[in-house]
Design a protein around this ligand. Structure first.
Ligand code: NAD
Length: 428
């Protein structure tokens, strides 16, 4: 059988800031505000563990391709590590390290008992068959069987993965331990221990955070306009729930293009169109096509970037007209744009707070699996909404206390919790 060399494409860093550096520059500011001691700083600036695996997979053409995969455990002082698995051809180690650290901060900001982790495989799932993806997922799980565990490290979906992959992961892991281990992974299909309310959880959290921020800004949701970048899980749910709350969504976009309607887009219509057209908005007639580059700087009150990293940069930040940015995506704002945004007085609900509704309901899924008891959708949403509102208020009050932007305040809240826990647990 022919063996191909490791499938690895160079990471395109052109015009993108290194997400690890972006994360670290905010972490450094918050650490200084807190007066974080040197020992804890040194512990937190590097991941606890990073595993690189090479996974041989028999492709449909009979050849064996070796994929490179990662699992980075940033920190586990607050509990077992939690974080998604990304299948993408641009996955690279520094990105996984940044995403893992963001998970530590995210879980700490919403006060759930998890540490942070992230995983990924360099692959292009759009060109692979279901069988190839299944074999790759099972091989990745086997390679990491000593890392994963319901009380050790609990993966979840991220870009390029979903309930299907989580079901394979759960099944493969369960075989290695000789019993069904539902709580080893979240984001599972509903029939095998997934939680009600998980699909919309991140978009719902974005909605709750947006309403809380509008209240602080003294703006009435029914008199506010918004643009949403990205129309996948997070973007479409955020857009729909904000639309239901009376916001006028003037612009939406996905990878196929951007669409604008000054009178407001009917988001239910846009979602129905997307669902009927292979998950893309391409050709949507409920709004006029616009240059995707103009969406982020369009005349709206609220901007929800819910697609990819580093879309708001020093190059376009000055042109942003929104008064409020709510970060549905992870890392949509490059650190170099922060000073410009702050100078303009734009309120930012940062990613580690704004999109934490997802990990919160993942946590609920894990709790339900451990309890062996299914919660109703109402229990899930009420509890998630309360956690999100409380976390927003805590970050907001911290920003007032230290006279700092919400982004740095979110880091301050998170790092403070982790540092205090280190103080109590000790053990260096
Ligand atoms: P998804 O794959 O469901 O959707 C991504 C969307 O972004 C798609 O509509 C895609 O067409 C669009 N897109 C991609 N590149 C784009 C570009 N350059 N311009 C405009 N649109 C573009 O992914 P998702 O789960 O919605 O995740 C989106 C972001 O939210 C990611 O940063 C992810 O890490 C983050 N996030 C997701 C969750 C979750 O629960 N799904 C939780 C926290 C954070």
């Amino acid at each position: 059988m022919a063996v191909q060399t490791v499938y690895k494409e160079p990471a395109p860093l052109i015009d993108r800031e290194n997400p690890l550096e972006s994360m670290m520059s905010r972490f450094n500011i918050a650490a200084e505000i807190l007066g974080l001691d040197e020992e804890t700083y040194n512990v937190l600036k590097t991941p606890d563990k990073q595993v690189i695996v090479h996974i041989p997979v028999t492709m449909d053409n009979g050849k064996v391709r070796v994929f490179e995969g990662y699992r980075v455990i940033h920190n586990t002082i607050l509990g077992p590590s939690k974080g998604g698995i990304r299948y993408d051809k641009n996955v690279y180690l520094d990105e996984v390290k940044a995403l893992a650290a963001w998970m530590t901060w995210k879980c700490a900001v919403v006060d759930i008992p998890y540490g942070g982790a992230k995983g990924g495989i360099i692959c292009d799932p759009t060109t692979m068959s279901a069988g190839e993806i299944e074999r790759m997922t099972r091989a990745y799980t086997l390679a990491l069987k000593d890392v994963f565990g319901p009380d050790r490290d609990i993966p979840a979906p991220d870009m390029g993965t979903g309930p299907r992959e989580m079901a394979w992961l759960m099944d493969e892991f369960s075989k290695t331990v000789g019993m069904t281990s539902s709580a080893v992974v979240t984001g599972k299909p509903l029939v095998m221990g997934g939680s009600l309310g998980r699909t919309e959880a991140t978009g719902r959290g974005v909605m709750v955070a947006t309403l809380a921020a509008l209240e602080k800004l003294g703006l009435n949701p029914t008199e506010v306009s918004a643009a949403v970048q990205g129309f996948g899980n997070v973007g479409s749910w955020a857009a729909k729930l904000l639309f239901d709350k009376g916001l006028k969504i003037k612009g939406v976009s996905d990878i196929s293009g951007a669409y604008w309607n000054a009178d407001g887009i009917d988001i239910n219509e846009a979602i129905a169109y997307k669902n009927a057209h292979g998950g893309r908005l391409e050709g949507f007639t409920g709004a006029a096509p616009m240059d995707p580059n103009d969406l982020l700087t369009s005349a709206v009150d609220v901007l929800v970037p819910a697609a990819v990293e580093d879309v708001i940069t020093e190059h376009n930040a000055r042109q942003i007209q929104a008064k409020l940015i709510v970060e549905g995506a992870n890392g949509p704002t490059a650190a170099s744009a922060d000073p410009i945004i702050n100078e303009k007085g734009i309120m930012v609900v940062p990613d580690i707070l704004a999109n934490s509704g997802g990990v919160t309901v993942s946590y609920f899924e894990w709790v339900q699996n451990k309890q062996g008891f299914k919660w109703t959708e109402q229990m899930v949403t009420e509890r998630a909404d309360r956690i999100m509102s409380d976390a927003f208020e805590k970050v907001y009050q911290t920003s007032l206390k230290y006279k700092i932007p919400m982004r740095i305040a979110a880091y301050v809240v998170s790092i403070d919790k982790v540092a205090q826990t280190y103080k109590y647990r000790g053990g260096f």
